[in-house]
Design a binder for this molecule. Sequence first.
Ligand SMILES: [Zn+2]
Length: 280
Amino acid sequence: MNRFSIHFKPNGYVNPIRMTSQFLGIPLYKVNAFFVDGLLIDTGFTFGRDRFLKLLDTLHPEIVVNAHHHEDHTGNNFSIREKYGLLPLAHPRTFFYLQDPSQWLPWYRRLVWGCPPPSETGELDSKIQTKHFLFLVIPTPGHSDDHVCLYEPNEGWLFSGDLFLSEQMKYLREEENVFSIIDSLKKVAALHPKKMFCSFNGVVDQPMDALHKKIEYLENLQKGVEEGSRQGLSPREIQRRLLGIGDQMGFFTAGEISKKNLIHAFIKNMPEYPSALLGG
Ligand SMILES: [Zn+2]
């Protein structure tokens, strides 16, 4: 029932590997891994293992890095270790998450991506040297506490993992920290990247513009939440006003990814806001 498509077209040094999960013929979600100069950034999702490994047979990766522990970035860590003897490198906390992904992976995400078997990661150094390039490892928590970006300073390439995703996010995961996301966006914007390689969007040609728009959007959203609460609106009313009616994503993910999480993340940061009101 689950289908998987993979798209790879070699194009210069940085090559996106776009993978799409389908269920009953409906495309569910996409993710990009990247292959650059022997370095594989992320290992896709478990349902796509056979075709992903077939592609890697032709690419011959020498170093593997995970941007963070989520199952669409680490899904084939185990198989890559088994087949090529390569130990994926990641933030130290990633190791603990990957000891048993079935402990934290919700059912709907298993349905979309598959559940990765337990695997091990090695600890990332502050730099990764490939034949032609030097990548700096930039800790960028927020989307997850183990999230890292890679930055090649001479080329201005930023591999942003799931830090950027979209200019106007309407949803937040329960475990995400929106203030850390804003700090991490500012941290990578300060590097003045010339090109961004996003796990969701693929290549972003105007990264500074995109990063600033996202920072501005989130800061304006925070102001809107604060303004709404000063006017005495309930969290639900603030949500409707700022993010529109309905929250299908919240429904389908049993609240794990929702508009409510995003609004509540800002409200929880307001010392004057009575916590009892967050129940609404
Ligand atoms: Zn993620």
